[in-house]
Design a protein around this ligand. Sequence first.
Ligand SMILES: O=C(O)CCC(=O)C(=O)O
Ligand SMILES: [Fe+2]
Length: 254
Amino acid sequence: MNLLAEHHLQGTSAAFYIPNFISEDEEQYLLRKIEDSPKQKWKTLHNRGEVLQKNILLREDLPAFLNDFPDVLGRLRFLGTFDQSPHKGPNHVILNEYHPGQGIMPHEDGPSYHPVVATISLGSHAIFHYYRYNKDKDSLSVGPESVGRSIDPAPLLSLFLEPRSVVITTGELYTTHLHGIDDVYADTFTGNGFLLLPNGSHSRIVNRHMIQDETVVGIIESGGTVKRTTRYSLTCRDVEKVASGRVAGVIKRT
Ligand SMILES: O=C(O)CCC(=O)C(=O)O
Ligand SMILES: [Fe+2]
């Protein structure tokens, strides 16, 4: 992971943030390809009774636009991100769509993936939170990891994901923590890197010194609001066993 060293997020065991992983031209191209993707492959997910996001599992025959131009998957392999993974590179990509006001509740990605995930943002920023479980007696109980365990509502880490960036999560942030995105229309900052959370508390943006967009840096440091627009994310993983079946089935969330 040497190439990743300069992108390491301080204070984390194993998270990396790379701004401008995708160029602006490449982003425009990918957004066009995504908008052209067959609508019947999209699955709408419901959470808390509301529609939170739509997603599609791009499995097996990964679309050429992820290998040809721009060679997103090759770039991830080159970073060394997936050197320890069974196929030495991602073989599984989920495309998520978030309109303003949509997010994804704190969750774990689970053990069916090698514990490395690379998430590319296109079109809009988002704030990505990592959470931990409360250390209560339940955490000592045997049984499926997340059953009955309460989550500490204060994010352990909060990252500002710029459009065209990639965030890479490995290690215990992957295996024992959760991640999520608040379902808000805009993100409000109160200065000195602090984000105002929906519950009124604050969380500091850990990657604020790595952010490239000067306007955003100004808002994060001095206070203000950044509106969300439609965001697409490409979540790239190595699945140890790819399920057989038809190309590009839809993912089922647990
Ligand atoms: O869209 C994102 O940035 C996160 C998606 C995610 O966590 C997932 O699909 O498991
Ligand atoms: Fe996830």
